[in-house]
Design a protein around this ligand. Structure first.
Ligand code: FES
Length: 274
């Protein structure tokens, strides 16, 4: 429920201590471009990932054991033969449950609570504020101290889940070195899967929670040289976290799209060995 008009007058950008400006902003540059591009980019990814996660087709290439990350791990009897790298402990699933039901909620939670994505959607979707020196429509700011935004503090737990899922994706990438007639094989699909999983690891390790896990709560770095060194390396990656956030959205889509094309016989995998 919005605040009564009189109360609104004394809150947020209407508060007495704020400058009385009729204009929403005095900025003359294209400050709206960045939030707009963010909405378009995130929206496109969400639509693509949602559709692909539910269609249940062309997600596994049996000849080469390529499994798209959107269906990993595939743990039910609904999975096509061969795609269940860890067995099928679950029975057939109704169509409204994605086959990667065990990993997708955690991956979604990891991205949604990510410090970078928070900044992106607070600005572009929540408009709080849309840009520096641009008044926001909200009258109150309560930060992340109460529901629903206090849930953002669960990010560190999603980080642990993301590490486990990255291990699973790495296993999928290794299993995919498989030839058509058995034994070792290597094709363009392997290159794409490996590049994707390496970038996913970099995105995961560059997480702010990972910085805290490796170097947080230490009073004396000199007494913990190994943790200090790891923290230093993680911190270097952390400065590029935003770039890795976007790059990995792109590589996830590219990996899934390539496997979809090969699995549906639209194109053949470019094979180097096997
Ligand atoms: Fe972005 Fe943790 S801060 S994944």
């Amino acid at each position: 429920m919005s605040a009564p008009a009189a109360e609104r007058e004394s809150l947020g950008v209407f508060s007495p201590r704020r400058a009385r400006l009729a204009a929403r902003t005095l900025r003359t540059d294209r400050w709206w471009l960045s939030p707009l591009l963010t909405v378009v980019g995130l929206g496109a990814f969400v639509i693509y990932a949602t559709v692909r996660s539910f269609v249940r087709s062309a997600y596994y290439v049996a000849d080469y054991h390529y499994l798209t990350p959107f269906y990993s791990p595939c743990l039910s009897e609904s999975c096509v033969p061969g795609s269940s790298h860890f067995g099928t402990p679950f029975p057939e699933l109704p169509m409204w449950i994605p086959l990667a039901f065990l990993s997708l909620p955690f991956l979604l939670g990891f991205r949604l609570t990510c410090y970078y994505y928070r900044k992106a959607y607070y600005r572009s979707i929540w408009l709080s504020p849309p840009a520096c020196a641009v008044a926001e429509p909200h009258t109150k700011y309560t930060g992340e101290t109460r529901l629903p935004l206090i849930i953002q503090n669960s990010h560190r737990y999603f980080f642990y889940a993301a590490v486990i899922i990255s291990v699973i994706n790495s296993y999928d990438a290794v299993v995919a070195f498989h030839g058509k007639d058995g034994g070792f094989g290597f094709g363009l699909g392997n290159v794409i899967l490996v590049v994707n999983v390496v970038l996913l690891w970099i995105y995961t390790v560059s997480c702010h929670s990972c910085r805290h896990v490796t170097g947080g709560r230490l009073k004396h770095f000199s007494k913990h040289p190994v943790r200090y060194w790891i923290w230093t390396q993680v911190s270097k990656l952390n400065t590029r976290h935003m770039q890795f956030a976007w790059i990995t959205l792109g590589t996830l889509v590219l990996t899934d799209f390539y496997i979809m094309l090969v699995a549906s016989d639209t194109i053949s995998d470019l094979r180097f060995v096997g």
